[in-house]
Design a protein around this ligand. Structure first.
Ligand code: GDP
Length: 365
């Protein structure tokens, strides 16, 4: 009861949004992810960034530090407790992260190489985002490749641009306008983020460099702004669990495990869970909820920490009996009463309703 009260639905008490990274191959998705995860230990910049199962969690403290250069007076107010970024960039994880047609990814970063413009997989990503009505921002990456660019590590984009010579500024404007035109051709209005007057009508373009870190503070601030200003309803805590299987993996000593993203609600050790299997619904009990151990203690025996409960949003590895036939992409439901056969049957039917969709996706890949 106490737990329920603490997590009561309220726009004052939001969960962390979940972010996916999409885009054409070689645009810098992986490098961008590496760069935002990178911490500066000397300056105590880590701020509690944690490596999770299939995801990286940035608590608000880390976001505050990583956006400080574009928030010097600290006036920008953070309302979300953090940000969960899915570690596998690309379509795969985005399409897996869905539930009954709606996406469990709250916001996406579409990465575009500023030197190449829109490429085939960019267009494919745009179609997916449109179909799922997922809000997104565009990282216009590799600005350091503009001819003559003088980098200032991890700077805000606007200031860095102002310090460039006229030729660089002109080339940037030129490529920006071409990009906006290409987006318009796809039916999206796009604007440079600090010239965007309406996030509801225009997609924001944030110039970035995954090499120099420039623009990354702007990108993170924009993700937070967009989620907490326009998505509060989706980010309220639910008493119901929203959870999706990302991967099914055999781990030595643990047997078949599932890596899931818990996007809302709370999971407990011992919970009765229901998910899709190739031979029908799987109903089983959570044996362990595992998260990675911190790397500080290198001689620790296990690489995982056992949790009694875990709270959204995060990535977690679940061990349980009977997971051999589990299907990636499946929703995971939790029974309120493990002895209520009617409820279990209902959940099994519910979850197996997704099977057709899941199988068609498996056969396509
Ligand atoms: P992905 O396929 O989208 O994940 O792209 P990667 O992150 O693997 O990057 C592809 C290549 O582009 C690598 O050689 C990166 O070093 C390079 N790259 C990525 N981001 C940048 C950037 O901001 N500037 C420059 N100059 N190169 C980049």
């Amino acid at each position: 009861e106490v737990e329920a009260a603490r997590n009561a639905a309220s726009t004052e008490n939001l969960r962390s949004p979940i972010c996916c990274i999409l885009g054409h191959v070689d645009t810098g998705k992986t490098k961008l992810l590496d760069k935002i995860r990178q911490t500066n230990v000397q300056e105590g910049e880590a701020g509690g960034i944690t490596q999770q199962i299939g995801a990286t969690y940035f608590p608000v403290e880390a976001l505050r530090k990583k956006t400080a250069v574009v928030n010097p007076d600290g006036a920008f107010e953070f309302k979300v407790p953090g940000l969960l970024v899915i570690d596998t960039p690309g379509h795969e994880s985005f399409t897996n992260l869905r539930s009954r047609g709606s996406s469990l990814c709250n916001i996406a970063i579409l990465v575009v190489d500023i030197m190449h413009g829109l490429e085939p997989q960019t267009l494919e990503s745009m179609r997916l985002l449109r179909d799922r009505k997922t809000p997104f921002i565009v990282a216009l990456n590799k600005i350091d490749r503009l001819y003559g660019w003088k980098p200032i590590a991890n700077n805000g984009f606007r200031e860095s641009l102002n310090l460039q010579n006229k030729g660089v500024q002109n080339e940037f404007r030129d490529r920006l306008e071409k990009t906006k035109l290409a987006f318009a051709e796809q039916g999206f209005n796009a604007e440079l983020f600090y010239e965007n007057k309406s996030m509801a009508k225009y997609v924001s373009l944030v110039p970035t460099s995954a090499h120099t870190g420039e623009g990354i503070p702007d990108m993170l601030k924009l993700l937070v702004t967009l989620t907490q200003e326009r998505m509060t309803r989706q980010l309220m805590y639910l008493s119901e669990v929203e959870c999706t299987v990302l991967e099914v993996k055999v781990i030595e000593g643990l047997g078949t495990t599932i890596d899931v993203v818990l996007s809302n609600g709370i999971l407990h050790e011992g919970d009765t869970i229901v998910l899709c299997g190739t031979d029908g619904a799987i109903t089983t009990q959570v044996r362990a909820l595992l998260t990675p151990a911190e790397m500080k203690e290198l001689r620790v025996k296990s690489v995982y920490v056992h949790n009694k409960t875990v709270k959204a949003a995060l990535g977690v590895k679940i061990t349980a009996n009977g997971l051999d036939s589990a299907i990636a992409g499946s929703r995971l439901l939790v029974a309120k009463n493990k002895d209520d056969e009617d409820e279990i049957e209902e959940l099994e039917e519910d979850v197996m309703g997704d099977l057709e969709n899941l199988m068609s996706r498996i056969s396509r890949t």
